[in-house]
Design a binder for this molecule. Structure first.
Ligand code: HEM
Length: 115
């Protein structure tokens, strides 16, 4: 698949993931359907990201640049922690803004590649 297709998968999954997670944490409602949507979209963020890596020339097994490691850590943190927080905390506007900040950090890493 092309760079453009992987990017579409990546961005669309990010929109769905944060849309659903944001609604869950603001609304204090994290049930079966939200779990499925965040789980599937989180996986698709990774699939799109891996495809993009291949398309921009990061070889399989090569050492990841730091900007990519930061994105990977943000993804892992959100994918593992967000569902637990959403379920345990119920409604939390503060955690919503933490999610927004992490999303901004991951996006900034890809856009500016500061290191
Ligand atoms: C929640 C987590 C993530 C967010 C919010 C995010 C956000 C973004 C955004 C907005 C772009 C487009 C940048 C641009 O067009 O200039 C992008 C590109 C990219 N992302 Fe992610 N991303 C996330 C996770 C990941 C993960 C886990 C990986 C790796 C497995 C990854 C790898 C990439 C790559 C390789 C690009 C292409 C960079 C380029 O075209 O130069 N991303 N990401």
């Amino acid at each position: 698949m092309s760079y453009e297709v992987y990017k579409l998968i990546h961005i669309l999954s990010i929109i769905v993931f944060f849309g659903c997670l944001g609604a869950a944490i603001i609304g204090g409602h994290y049930k079966q359907h939200e779990k499925i949507i965040t789980g599937v979209s989180s996986l698709l963020i990774l699939v799109g990201g891996m495809g993009l890596m291949a398309r921009i020339g990061i070889k399989h097994g090569a050492i990841w640049p730091t900007w990519l490691i930061v994105k990977g850590v943000v993804w892992l943190t959100l994918s593992a922690l967000a569902p637990i927080l959403a379920k345990r905390l119920g409604r939390s506007v503060f955690v919503f803004y933490v999610f927004v900040t992490l999303a901004a950090l991951a996006a900034y890493m890809a856009i500016s590649k500061p290191f």
